[in-house]
Design a binder for this molecule. Sequence first.
Ligand code: ASP
Length: 439
Amino acid sequence: MIKVVKFGGSSLASATQFAKVGNIIQADSERRYVVPSAPGKRNSKDTKVTDMLYACYALAEEEQDFEKELKKIGERYDAIINGLNLKLSLKNEFDKIRENFKNKAGKEYAASRGEYLNGIIMANYLGYEFVDAAEVIFFHEDGTFNSEKTDKVLSKRLAKIERAVVPGFYGAQDDGTVRTFSRGGSDITGSIVAKAVHATVYENWTDVSGCLIADPRIISNPEPIKVITYRELRELAYMGASVLHEDAIFPVRKAGIPINIRNTNAPEDEGTWIVETTCHQSEYTITGIAGKKGFVAVNIDKDMMNAEVGFGRKVLTAFEENGINFEHMPSGIDTMTVIVHQPEFEGKEQSVVSSIHRLAKPDSVELESNIALIAVVGRGMRATRGTSGRIFSALAHANVNVKMIDQGSSELNIIIGVSDADFEKAIKAIYDIFVTTQL
Ligand code: ASP
């Protein structure tokens, strides 16, 4: 059995955190491949090393002196090395980095050094082999991930190594240019490594005990989710719930490898299991609730709309022409609503409205802004009667006016549109009815 373990920035922010990570790895000999992030924040006022590197490189790019900033980054690593009593010096590494900064090796190269250096320390601390991600994770020239080449090279390389540290977040193009994933991308590296070694599980260690049923900024102490499917997680993540980089799901999902989200500061907690499919009933009818503010409803009216073949296509063409993505499209007999992201739509609203008039010739077009969408997600909803009834009576009791309802054909989610001002109140009401009162 092989476990791939990825540790996030806050799990590796200091020597104390490193020691916790060391204990976790040593507690289970199956934890053979380790993917570290760069050191994160030690407290809320601290700066992540990745951000320090971006700022330092920005100075280098403008040909300003960056020595002071580079020194501060060095101090972050030295504090870890000294705190762990390691016999390791990063002096040569920093000389190389300084040189490469002067030669303008690129912003992505700069950012990647956070994980690179942390990987060297981690390998030294654990006595594992260090594998530079630039040698095993590949990118195309357009910056997209080259999965075929990576899979081949990485699995071959790791097959020969019993225990290794592969830094997260970066890789390289064929010509050696260092590239990074988007922010939070070490999650993706962990998933890629798990796939390459056919891991039994991809453990993603962070600073929370897994995914929560609702946003803790809205619900105090929400219950954790024990098991969630990839599809459910996608629905919640799309609506703003974040524990994992969105793209981290794909490599392991393809290989049927589960992800276990764990807490470095509470390793005894089971965390959340993210799986392809499960026969575990979720404890509550719903698995999670998430939502976002800031949508616009474009309401289109036309008498006899229902009899006009191609009306929907014409309306959607108006959005397509303007490069606008739509989120939902509930419709009535003579009305149709297209829900779009407010920030994306605002600059183009007049152009979209006139395109709709030109293409679809409606009787009227009206805009309603500041709409929030809430997704109530749960594989259990399919087998349970009355879920939507309970949602709507809870919302009615809370005095929340529902502006839109959309249930996906998979019966995995129900999307509700309310006004931005009712957003928190609506989430509380839904959480209460399903979780607090345990119905
Ligand atoms: N260190 C990178 C960041 O701050 C990548 C990661 O932590 O996953 O975004």
